[in-house]
Design a binder for this molecule. Structure first.
Ligand SMILES: Nc1ncnc2c1ncn2[C@@H]1O[C@H](COP(=O)(O)OP(=O)(O)OP(=O)(O)O)[C@@H](O)[C@H]1O
Length: 347
């Protein structure tokens, strides 16, 4: 890469002749500075360290991510500036990091979703899931529900299209698909959050800055599928009321342990504007999406090339650190029966 781009410095030296007392007329190019670059492979990650020299080629060497990602067919995980070097960390063979549904475990405020990655909902609350038809959105949401039901979490499910998630109403409580029920459920979720925030202050052991888990309380999750479609169904007064509540939940929910998992085909700015989208720390885009769609999920100013691969449950994620990486939802075996499993857990 350095040779191909000629990111080195050369100087002209005179070619010495065999008889040194006869002056030479031939000049030769010699490399006088070659940037130091070190790499190592560790636990599925490639670490590349590049020296900062303040030299002529500092700019390209400080912005290697695009070249490395497309050239090595890897995904950037982090880029960190150190004292005299910049370190790029890339995932090699991301699909090898895919886990199966029975490895999805929630503990200590974090939900494992790939071998080396998870959703730390206690620290980086609220999840936004976008994806076109057939991308794996429903399977992913069902996987999240199943994993969270294995903990003490309390779940509320909203499915305005009365589709796959609404089927859960036969096996677990708090599943809503009618407009009025859904609106009442959002109100209740909000009221519960406000009440807990107050109560926590009166509890023994309460400490400023500590969260619900510190006080031994259970997290609550509102899983809201087809959010944009639902908002489109509402009159403007109703949608303003819902938006106001959701805004409060994403802003205040972390400490009290009230989390939103919002899914839609495309997160239209009309219903996720005013900085609400930025409060969703964990954002996933699954399946086929347009550039505009990716922009709506990750921000229109992102510098990332998105590729489509025909793999179910594949997409991109920003897990709260502003680095977008390839993502694979946990693999669900063909014979897995969500309804049956969720029924067992809900009992
Ligand atoms: N994680 C996964 N493991 C195994 N198969 C998957 C996974 N995700 C999706 N699939 C396969 O892809 C199909 C479509 O997935 P899913 O129903 O989740 O898509 P969707 O985005 O919700 O689409 P729609 O909006 O049409 O329901 C599933 O029926 C399943 O066969």
């Amino acid at each position: 890469m350095i040779l191909d781009n000629q990111w080195y410095v050369t100087k002209q030296v005179m070619n010495e002749r065999f008889f040194k007392d006869i002056p030479s007329s031939k000049a030769k190019e010699q490399i006088s500075h070659f940037p130091k670059m070190y790499y190592r492979y560790e636990k599925g990650m490639i670490h590349i360290q590049v020296e900062i020299t303040l030299g002529k080629y500092q700019e390209p060497l400080l912005n290697l991510e695009k070249k490395l990602e497309s050239g090595l067919y890897c995904e950037l995980v982090s880029k960190e500036l150190h004292d005299s070097y910049v370190e790029y960390v890339l995932f090699y063979d991301m699909i090898a990091n895919r886990i199966s549904i029975d490895e999805v475990i929630a503990q200590n405020g974090s939900l494992k979703l790939m071998k080396s990655m998870g959703w730390e909902y206690d620290k980086l609350p609220h999840m936004l899931i976008a994806g076109g038809t057939g991308g794996g959105k429903t399977y992913f949401i069902l996987t999240l529900i199943e994993a969270l039901l294995k903990t003490d979490a309390k779940l509320y499910i909203l499915d305005p299209k009365n589709a796959d998630l609404a089927d859960l109403s036969t096996v677990m409580p708090d599943v809503y698909y009618k407009k009025e029920d859904m609106m009442a459920s959002i109100d209740q979720f909000y009221e519960d959050m406000m009440a807990r925030s107050e109560e926590m202050k009166q509890m023994e052991g309460y400490k400023t800055g500590e969260n619900y888990a510190y006080l031994g309380l259970a997290p609550h999750f509102l899983v809201f599928d087809e959010y944009v479609a639902f908002m489109e169904m509402l009159a403007s007064k109703e949608s303003t009321a819902v938006l106001t509540k959701l805004k409060q939940i994403v802003m205040l929910g972390r400490q009290a342990g009230f989390f939103l998992i919002l899914a839609c085909q495309r997160p239209d700015a009309k219903y996720l504007g005013d900085g609400i989208r930025d409060q969703f720390n964990f954002r996933v885009a699954l399946g086929r999406m347009s550039e505009l769609g990716y922009g709506m999920v990750f921000g229109s100013d992102v510098q990332k090339q998105f590729f489509l691969k025909q793999i179910k449950g594949r997409g991109y994620v920003d897990k709260g650190d502003n680095v977008i990486t390839e993502f694979y939802t946990p693999l669900v075996p063909k014979d897995h029966d969500f309804l049956k499993e969720i029924e067992k857990l809900a009992q």
